[in-house]
Design a protein. Structure first.
Length: 352
């Protein structure tokens, strides 16, 4: 299953390195460089389809709004009219375009490996600010990598290339999925890398970056890091500590895998609904041996779309009683605020 909730006709496995503790997905028979260049489609855009993200206080905001605010915090102190900023793996340009349009960063540049993003990026930033393929020449005052590093087959090479193009003291902002708060990340086969906080900090240190801040709580399922280009940095954790953290993070994934395999046997002979129309829903649907009676999602941008053979509906009113099962297709943290209402509505609520 890909992060875009597509099923690839290739076997995959989640691996853990016993030396560096890195968690890694391996897909047999798939050339990742060609896949990301030709097949992967980053559909999220500031002006179009977006995700909803649950924040630490339980409120919900659009993904681009949250990511851009975190990136802006990392760029604090830079002059928008003077700073040269590069987004690596920019996709549709949802973050760099907002920084340019809303926050007036006039020296914003974007890079991606896929030609499919060239036209939308040029439309948002200008033709001379877009590079497809290798990173453009520097120097840059800051670089952004927003949900790109987990896809990168060679993250060390990319980070070292960024390091070469930043000024001394230049900033790097990184956003990656956080498997510690979203076990579903470990089921994304095209997330070649799954970063624990300790492993990511060690990787950045190896590539010449000193971590200034790391936040895994601002938004569920996301790890935000701000780092600084230095001549040399040391990882603050030992290999044994990183191994312990990665092993602990992987444990819920084993539980999730076993639960999915037994899902059909847990369901009574009653209508079954899915709540959440994203990655988890596709993962669950692939393990169900029965049709679904309905699909709900609170994101108005998804409502009315056809997903998994069903029309995405708004959640039922709180006073509506529904006979049947509902499976919460989201991370446990995001699901927690919904439980009281759904338990009063549905015969049975299934969570992870």
């Amino acid at each position: 299953m890909t992060s875009q909730a597509r099923v690839l006709d290739h076997p995959s496995a989640l691996l853990q390195c016993s030396c560096c503790a890195h968690l890694h997905s391996a897909i047999s028979g798939l050339a990742l460089d060609a896949y990301y260049r030709d097949s992967y489609d980053a559909t999220l855009a500031d002006e179009g389809l977006d995700e909803l993200v649950t924040l630490a206080d339980g409120t919900v905001q659009p993904r681009t709004q949250v990511d851009s605010a975190q990136a802006l915090r990392a760029l604090e102190g830079l002059q928008p009219s003077q700073a040269r900023v590069l987004e690596v793996g920019a996709g549709q340009g949802r973050v760099c375009a907002r920084l340019a349009r809303v926050h007036r960063f006039t020296g914003m540049h974007a890079q991606d490996v896929s030609p499919r993003y060239e036209e939308p990026l040029r439309a948002r930033l200008g033709a001379d600010r877009v590079t497809i393929g290798a990173l453009p020449d520097g120097p840059f005052d800051a670089a952004l990598s927003v949900f790109s590093l987990e896809h990168d087959p060679t993250p060390q090479r990319t980070l070292r290339a960024i390091h070469e193009r930043l000024v001394i003291g230049g900033r790097l902002f990184v956003a990656v999925p956080n498997p510690e708060t979203n076990v579903g990340d470990l089921a994304c086969a095209d997330h070649t890398h799954h970063y624990s906080s300790a492993r990511l900090e060690a990787l950045l240190a190896d590539c010449g970056f000193r971590v200034c801040s790391m936040d895994g709580q601002a938004a569920f399922g996301t790890l935000y890091v701000t780092a600084e280009r230095v001549h040399r940095a040391d990882a603050p954790t030992t290999a044994a500590e990183r191994l312990e953290q990665a092993t602990r993070i992987a444990a819920p994934y084993r539980q999730l895998s076993g639960r999915l395999a037994q899902l059909d046997s847990e369901l009574a002979d009653a209508p079954t609904y899915l709540y959440g129309a994203g990655f988890y829903a596709s993962l669950v649907r692939g393990h169900l041996g029965r049709p679904i009676a309905g699909l709900f999602d609170s994101n108005p941008l998804k409502q009315g779309l056809i997903r998994l053979g069903a029309t995405v509906l708004a959640p039922p009113p709180a006073d509506r009683r529904v006979a049947g099962n509902v499976i919460l297709c989201m991370s446990p943290q995001a699901a927690a605020p919904l439980l009281p209402t759904l338990r009063a509505q549905f015969t049975r609520v299934i969570t992870w």
